[in-house]
Design a protein around this ligand. Structure first.
Ligand code: V47
Length: 368
């Protein structure tokens, strides 16, 4: 027993979680380094309860749209981006996108459109504002969750104006919230290796900070399973926590598991993340991000069965019905691109949790 006690490196952290105390960098590292995945799950579930988050598991009925896959940045982890002249490159007009969304709406009454794109150097801010305006007019009840911080920064460079000016134009055109992409890993070492052409993390934070101050809620992410260390994952999570302390505008955190297919990493022998690492990321995120209310287990990325397990590791959201996801499919995801509401409900109930359909801002729409 004494030997077991001595080996329980998580015991001091368990005490802190039970007492509602904030965890620090060293705690985060100990959590990342443990092989005791089940203990992590138990701790994360304790943290969820301790913070008053119930057994409700949220999902949103949403549609994924991509305006353009043309991108000036050559991120090494990305299989979605193309150059303008490459086969398969596309840039849809606002009218094409609206027609597509309206047609989809006739069959599934989604409440949100989620849109992430390449950083296309051949368009201007009006191209982005125009699509928001036209979608808002065609589908006034649908929330428009459009453009990562990287895209907003790109627009500000294209237009020669500030993040605030870009966000105000888009907000006036109908923007409701920002997705969390573009964060990748904030550590300079990793960013220089995997995304050397991308904006500095300070810009990513500046966009989110500005959005929060303008009343635009946002999401946040971390891309794991490539060349980052555990220290760099913890550092990333703590920087997000600091931002949330300042502005409180992050609705949810979504850990994104690196998919290597059709990227240079595939040729270098990189494989998909393990289920154990996926669960670890969910649990440690819940434990460290004590001020972000929702942690998503993204079924597109980990599959629905693993997302069910993740609900016992601190996650309380499975993202959405997601029609036509492209970024993870391009990089080898095999989970499909659409889930019926009934299937999400069944999966959540099977995991022993209460399914709640939400809107983007986590207002409850229906419960089972
Ligand atoms: O920034 C790109 C990631 C992000 C790969 O806010 C990859 O609710 C894994 O923003 N393997 C864009 N990840 C997607 C995004 C997003 C996704 C889901 C939910 C939300 C949300 C936002 O996708 C990029 C990058 O981190 N990504 N390529 C890849 N091969």
């Amino acid at each position: 027993m004494a030997v077991l006690d001595a080996l329980d490196t998580l015991a001091p952290i368990r005490e802190k979680v039970a007492a509602g105390e904030r965890l620090d960098f060293e705690d985060g590292l100990a959590l990342m380094e443990t092989d005791d995945v089940l203990a992590l799950g138990e701790l994360a579930d304790l943290a969820r309860h301790r913070r008053g988050i119930g057994d409700e598991v949220y999902f949103v009925q949403n549609l994924y749209l991509n305006q353009t896959n043309v991108c000036r940045v050559k991120c090494k982890f990305c299989a979605f981006a193309k150059t303008q002249r490459q086969e398969g490159a596309y840039t849809h007009t606002a009218d094409e996108l609206v027609e597509d969304a309206v047609t989809q709406y006739a069959t599934s009454k989604f409440t949100e459109i989620h849109c992430v794109n390449g950083e296309n150097p051949h368009v201007d801010l009006e191209f982005y504002a125009d699509v928001l305006r036209k979608l808002r007019s065609a589908l006034p009840d649908v929330h428009l969750k459009f453009y990562t911080a990287s895209e907003i920064h790109h627009m500000s460079k294209l237009e020669g104006c500030s993040h605030e000016e870009v966000l105000r134009v888009l907000q006036d055109a109908g923007l409701g919230s920002l997705p969390g992409g573009g964060a990748e890993i904030f550590a300079d070492r990793v960013r220089d290796l995997v995304a050397p052409g991308k904006e500095h993390p300070d810009e990513w934070f500046h966009v989110h900070d500005t959005a929060h101050r303008l009343g635009i809620p946002t999401h946040c992410t971390l891309l794991y399973g490539h060349v980052e260390t555990y220290e760099e994952r913890v550092d990333h999570l703590l920087r997000l926590r600091d931002q949330q302390d300042r502005t409180g505008g992050f609705l949810a955190f979504i850990p994104l598991a690196f998919h290597p297919e059709n990227t240079v990493f595939e040729r270098r022998g990189f494989r998909f993340t393990t289920g154990a690492d996926d669960l670890k990321m969910i649990a440690v995120s819940r434990l460290l991000l004590d001020n972000v209310p929702n942690v998503k287990a993204y079924w597109i990325m980990m599959g629905l069965p693993m997302a069910q397990v993740a609900l016992h590791f601190g996650a309380n959201d499975v993202q959405g019905t997601v029609v036509r996801e492209q970024i993870f499919q391009a990089a080898g995801a095999s989970s499909g691109t659409e889930q019926k509401v009934s299937e999400l409900v069944r999966a959540i109930q099977e995991a022993g949790r209460i399914p709640v359909q939400r809107d983007t801002l986590y207002n409850e729409l229906r419960r089972w």
